[in-house]
Design a protein. Sequence first.
Length: 179
Amino acid sequence: MARDTQIGIEEESDATTWSRRDFLSLTAWGGVLAFLSTMLVAFMRFMFPRVLFEPSPRFSAGRPDTFQPGTVDTRFKQSQRVWIVRYEDGSFFAMLAICTHLGCTPNWIPSDRKYKCPCHGSGFYMSGLNYEGPAPRPLDRAKISLSPEGDLVVDKAVLYSMKPGQDPDEQYPDSLLRI
């Protein structure tokens, strides 16, 4: 009788354990379900396009009389990556604070009256003309105009890409705003 009880226990334990075939079959179906659910998530993500919301490339820089003649205004360097330059004669231009070598942000050094790129040492005059370093051309300028209210408006959507070795003021006279 003890032997019959032991055989019954062995048969019962064999019925509750999984065979290797059952385990592999369950694992394969789990992999198929994981793959299909991943593809479903990817398909659903495809239905909702990625949209990049950027600020407007146009911004108001304020009244012209707030800019000192013969200076480079760095108010918009961090927020817009733009310098507003006012010559002694009162003309304005907006220059992008993006180095033409690799896109770093140069610094304006007022004591030397030049821009200096901290990444690779490119140097630029106040007009944006490059004179040293690996930068292949002068700094780019953006369109600047007066609004009907009399404020300066910079439009970074309209860029003036300067050619190397030529004075930027002569290349694009439209980049200067004479008041």
